[in-house]
Design a protein around this ligand. Sequence first.
Ligand code: 9MR
Length: 472
Amino acid sequence: MNEVPARSKRRTVGRARLLAGGVVALVTAVASVAMATLAHADLSGPPGTTLKAAAERSGRYFGAAMGGDRLNDSGFLTIANREFDMMTAVNEMKPDATQPNRGQFDFRAGDAIYNWATQRGMKVRGHTLAWHAQQPRFWGSLNGSALRTAMIDHINGVMGHYRGKLYAWDVVNEAFAENGSRRSSNLQSTGNDWIEAAFRAARAADPGVQLCYNDYNIENRTYGKTQGVYHMIKDFKARGVPIDCVGLQTHFTGGSSLPGNFQQTLSSFAALGVDVALTEVDVTNASSSQYQGLTQACMNVPRCVGITTWGVRDSDSWRGNENPLLFDRNSNPKAAYTSVLNALNAASTTVPGTSTPSGSTSPSTPNDPGQPGVCTATYRSAGSWGGGFQGEVTVSNNGSTTLNGWTVRMTLAGGQTIVNVWNGANTGSTGTVSVRNAAYNGSLGANASTSFGFLANGSTSTAPGDISCTSP
Ligand code: 9MR
């Protein structure tokens, strides 16, 4: 890997889906995957005494990376089982591990970690599908369209195996150079659209998993690489390329440290309409203040969904001589552990969609008074934070025949602006906006319902009003 010199040199820097009767069930399933995978938030509960319990208070997770060899390490397993509710395989789900030879997939090592974690109620992040490093040997003799096809085949093979089982996938890893341009690699040489091709294939291969872009040195908002990744995600969102999350590896080690603008970096990514996660955290000598600061920054950003450390004890770290993790070699929690635990317990924002429904519920009147019970739309608040909120609108067919398409109109309060809509397509983002069905949820059988969600900036004191639903 050539990232080590790059990191140490720099200054402190940083869902097409299916048909009629199955549609409602499928859409509901897709929506519930994203929602149900995170803990139910309850900030009024007692402080958590483990990392996972403290994180779950705000609907977040606390994860660790584990290698397959740790499955025989009782010291590791005891802490992992007690403290963490998300696991990432260090190497076992990477391309060289999962497809050693063309068309020959090997999921034994990945499945061993997956099974251990999920049997203990943990969730699993998949890492990773397309990367310049740790590639199958046969990719080395391919280029151009042949390599592109091999990458797509790999995504289909691996995501097919884990379909419906994982919380998220790091679809593409480390594709940017330090200056914000694309990193040169054999994958980049197949054409600049290789990343979006990977994400489109990934969405089709497993429509219910969160699709993430993951990188290091993107923790400082003003840094070139951070800007490069930011603009790619903004462009993907504008063009409808599927992407749900960005993973900031957060290796504050090898000479780097927590930037003062870390929280702004997280919130600027989140404002693009993606979740953010800290995916590979380690900090030189486990500085308590840096661990406290990075955790608090995540807790302050509603869409920062969780934190993962790259290992559990210093003896698990890829940079063990820097002692960068939360537990020492004797499995004792370090001072940084307490800092992180306290910062998790002090969270004041919850992850959208994980709170007990709050805010007003305002059912609409049927759209067409001349025809009894056609479609109705009901709004509920799915969470709010300083300066923004998440709304969910349930669209129901109260009639006895199938509706083919629907449009919801609602009026936002002054200053409220929709920044992202899912399971629907909006026209307008302020004042009276309309949201029509997506390609996959327009057909609503008798008495069936579906829903769409949106994120909005602005005052949270007034719920959208004048909600109505029409159907052709
Ligand atoms: O921790 C992983 C180490 O065991 C491997 O030798 C290395 C090979 O590239 O990858 C390490 O994990 C990396 C992760 O996949 C991506 N971000 C940087 C991590 C640390 O190097």
